[in-house]
Write a protein that binds this ligand. Structure first.
Ligand code: ZN
Length: 134
């Protein structure tokens, strides 16, 4: 079961520069920054109701965020959906014909198991599935 929009991922050149924009926009402060070494990204989260905004900055040139920003402006990067059982959803969506970037979940930011779907099968939107780790 897909429960809700967990967060929207926004690619930025610099979290340090962008965080004040989002804090002013939303009237809220970020509650966490975290480096995800496996993804070569630094992240910052701002909670907004049941969902969050995740800012993503590349920590090195091989990061997927660095590659994204070499082709696109800063801005919307991915839609993250919270799921109850990520292995179940990966199997279900694979059978439905969606192109899986990760066929097994990996460890993501903010204490989650994550897997991505390729935008070529989701109308151009990079989709992240995430399941909260207890
Ligand atoms: Zn994310």
């Amino acid at each position: 079961m897909i429960k809700k929009i967990e967060h929207l991922g926004i690619a930025v050149e610099s979290i340090e520069k962008s965080i004040s924009v989002f804090e002013k926009l939303l009237g809220k402060e970020m509650y966490k920054t975290e480096i995800v070494a496996s993804e070569s990204v630094k992240t910052a989260f701002i909670a907004l109701g049941e969902s969050k905004i995740e800012l993503l900055e590349a920590t090195n040139p091989s990061s997927s965020i660095a590659k994204f920003l070499s082709k696109n402006r800063e801005g919307f990067h991915h839609l993250a959906l919270e799921v109850e059982d990520i292995e179940f959803e990966i199997a279900r969506l694979g059978k439905e014909g969606f192109v899986l970037i990760h066929e097994t979940p990996k460890e993501g930011a903010d204490n989650k198991k994550i897997a991505f779907l390729h935008p070529k099968s989701t109308n151009g939107i990079l989709v992240e599935l995430c399941e909260e780790l207890n």
